[in-house]
Design a protein around this ligand. Structure first.
Ligand SMILES: [Zn+2]
Ligand SMILES: [Zn+2]
Length: 327
């Protein structure tokens, strides 16, 4: 089968013929029909995340159909449509796994990082970590739900119950979480790169109350803010825009260093937290609400062999919504 392979960090991906994977017990062999491109893929390719599997097939927002099934799988049939997310395996027995926090499992394995992912014609996945995708979404529009949507949703829940929510970095995750927040009756304030009028218009078209540059102050103080842009300087900037008692959620897996700031900006019980990975429960909750809204994902498709171009478009901030690779 054909796959886009990373041989070493900071190298371009290469199109290769590699052996088609075989499903072991408990696994599904999935024919990939769409795989969205996530900022995490860019961090992996750039060598910003430690110890990826090498060589590696990236990609963890996978939609496909079950082609073969390993022993012991009861929940899926050949031909079923499945979604495969970032969380690929957990130990099931550590303090985190047994307390509903499998996203923090120290032995967790991650699709497209420590196990091969979906920049390929086929992939294998542990059936226990695969989701069913609601019929509301076609394959391409479903793909970005599997990380941008899921991590966005977990970030929104970490933000508490904000009436006014700021979102920094208006890309794939933000355009989905903004729709969930608006559906829940929250006022959303979108912060983009300064002068990125196109992104600000895109945000307004999705129903946000205000859109402006990350160097601007919103017209009203926020109850919470989520930061998706990997820019540490946005943490103190967001903190200054949240009310007392407010929360700043860092939704990305990697961020540049956070500059120091005066304690008074944190004072009055403001909180900073990060979001790591996802749990299967996040996935089930989010996919149900996504179908109910229903979320409209904005996508730009690229053929599989143009994965490097898709990553470059993401890096430049030129994408509207999410890039999706089609094998
Ligand atoms: Zn565990
Ligand atoms: Zn991701």
């Amino acid at each position: 089968m054909r796959a886009m392979v990373l041989d070493a960090p900071k190298k371009l991906l290469r199109l290769r013929d590699v052996a088609k994977p075989r499903p072991n017990a408990g696994q599904l062999l999935v024919r990939v029909s769409a795989c969205a491109v996530c900022r995490t893929d860019l961090h992996i390719v750039d060598g910003e995340l430690p110890e990826p599997k090498l060589p590696l097939i990236p990609g963890h927002e996978i939609v496909g159909r079950v082609e073969r099934i390993g022993g012991g799988v009861e929940d899926f049939r050949v031909g079923d449509r499945v979604g495969i997310p970032w969380l690929g395996w957990t130990c099931g027995e550590c303090e985190f796994c047994v307390s509903g926090r499998e996203n923090l499992c120290r032995r967790a394995r991650f699709t497209g990082y420590t196990i091969d992912g979906g920049y390929a014609e086929f992939t294998v996945a542990d059936a226990r970590f695969a989701f069913r995708i609601p019929d509301t979404f076609d394959d391409v529009r479903a793909a970005p739900l599997l990380c941008a949507g899921l991590i966005g949703y977990r970030s929104l829940r970490k933000a508490g119950d904000p009436k006014r929510l700021g979102i920094y970095g208006f890309g794939a995750a933000a355009h989905i979480v903004a729709q969930v927040a608006c559906y829940e009756g929250r006022e959303v304030f979108a912060f983009t790169r300064p002068d990125d009028n196109e992104a600000q218009e895109f945000a307004r078209a999705l129903g946000v109350s205000w859109a402006g540059g990350s160097d601007e102050a919103p017209p009203e103080k926020l109850d919470a803010a989520i930061i998706f842009a990997p820019v540490g300087a946005l943490v103190p900037a967001a903190l200054r825009n949240v009310k007392r008692g407010g929360t700043v959620v860092c939704g990305g897996i990697h961020m540049s260093d956070i500059p120091s700031f005066p304690y008074r900006d944190l004072w009055h019980e403001r909180t900073i937290c990060s979001v790591a990975n996802l749990t299967r429960r996040d996935g089930e909750e989010f996919l149900a609400i996504a179908a109910r809204i229903p979320i409209r994902t904005e996508t730009q498709t690229f053929p599989l062999e143009q994965a490097n171009e898709a990553l470059a478009a993401l890096r430049s901030g030129k994408l509207r919504g999410a890039a999706v690779l089609i094998p």
